[in-house]
Design a binder for this molecule. Structure first.
Ligand code: DX5
Ligand code: ZN
Length: 232
C-alpha cells in the first residue's frame, strides 16, 4: 500500500447485499472502486450491529486492493490483534472509543497494519494533533456513525480543511465518511480529503446481477470530487 494523495473512492459494504459480500466486493472493484470500506459495528459504541472479524477474514480473498476496516466498537484494544489477522490493510479506531487512544494506535501499528483514527462530528479536530506521528489515516465522520444513508453534516468540512493544514507533508490520508454524494464530494475534496467513503451513493440502482450502476456511480463521484480540484 503505497501512499498517494490522488482521489480514492471507497464504497462501504454496509450498503451491499449482506448475503453476497464476496461477489459485491469483486463487483465494486471491477467497477472502479479504489478501496473497500468495511464497517464493523458492535451495538454498544454505535446503536447498530453489523459483523465481526470472521466476516472480514471471509471477504479478504475477494478484495484485490485495500481493505479499509472501520472499527465502531468499544472497547477496541482487545480485538486489534484478531482484526489485524483478517488481512486488513488499514484498521481505523475511534478516538471516542476509550480513554487510551494512543495505546490503541500503538497496538494497531504494532500489529503491522496501517493505523487510522476516526473522529465523530462532536469531537474537536485539535485532539488529533498530538497523535499525528502515529497515524496513516484520519477519518472525519460527516454523519453520526451507526447507519448508512444519513444526511451529510456540513459543519464538518472546516475540520477537513484544518486537518489538511495540520498534516502538511506527512503521508496521512484524510478520509471522509457519511453522506458523501455528488453534491457533497466536491466540498470535501476541495477541503483536502483524498479518500471518500460512500455507501448509498455507490450501491444505489445496482446489484450483483446488474453491477453497471455501481460503475456509473463511482465515476460520477470521482468526477465531482476531481472537478472541485480542477482535474476534470
Ligand atoms: C456510518 C458508516 C459509513 C456508512 C456510510 O456509520 O461508517 O461508512 O456506511 O454510508 P452512506 O454513504 O450511505 O452515508
Ligand atoms: Zn465507515
Amino acid at each position: 500500500m503505497t501512499f498517494s494523495r490522488t482521489m480514492k473512492i471507497a464504497p462501504s459494504i454496509l450498503s451491499a447485499d449482506f448475503a453476497n459480500f464476496g461477489q459485491e466486493c469483486r463487483a465494486i472493484e471491477a467497477q472502479g472502486a479504489d478501496w473497500v470500506h468495511v464497517d464493523v459495528m458492535d451495538g454498544h459504541f454505535v446503536p447498530n450491529i453489523t459483523f465481526g472479524p470472521a466476516t472480514c477474514a471471509a471477504i479478504r480473498p475477494h478484495i484485490k486492493g485495500v481493505m479499509d476496516v472501520h472499527l465502531m466498537i468499544a472497547p477496541v484494544d482487545p480485538y486489534i490483534e484478531v482484526f489485524a489477522g483478517t488481512g486488513a490493510d488499514v484498521l481505523t479506531a475511534h478516538l471516542e472509543a476509550g480513554p487510551h487512544i494512543h495505546r490503541t494506535l500503538q497496538a494497531i501499528r504494532g500489529a503491522g497494519v496501517k493505523a487510522g483514527l476516526a473522529i465523530n462530528p462532536g469531537t474537536s479536530v485539535d485532539l488529533v494533533e498530538p497523535l499525528l506521528d502515529m497515524l496513516d489515516l484520519v477519518c472525519v465522520m460527516t454523519v453520526n456513525p451507526g447507519f448508512g444513508g444519513q444526511k451529510f453534516i456540513h459543519s464538518q468540512i472546516a475540520k477537513v480543511a484544518r486537518l489538511r493544514a495540520m498534516i502538511g507533508d506527512r503521508p496521512i490520508h484524510i478520509e471522509v465518511d457519511g453522506g458523501v454524494t455528488i453534491e457533497t464530494a466536491p466540498l470535501v475534496a476541495a477541503a483536502g480529503a483524498d479518500v471518500l467513503v460512500a455507501g448509498s451513493a455507490v450501491f444505489k440502482g445496482g446489484s450483483v446481477a446488474d453491477p453497471a450502476p455501481y460503475g456509473a456511480n463511482i465515476r460520477a463521484l470521482r468526477a465531482a470530487a476531481e472537478g472541485a480540484l480542477g482535474l476534470q
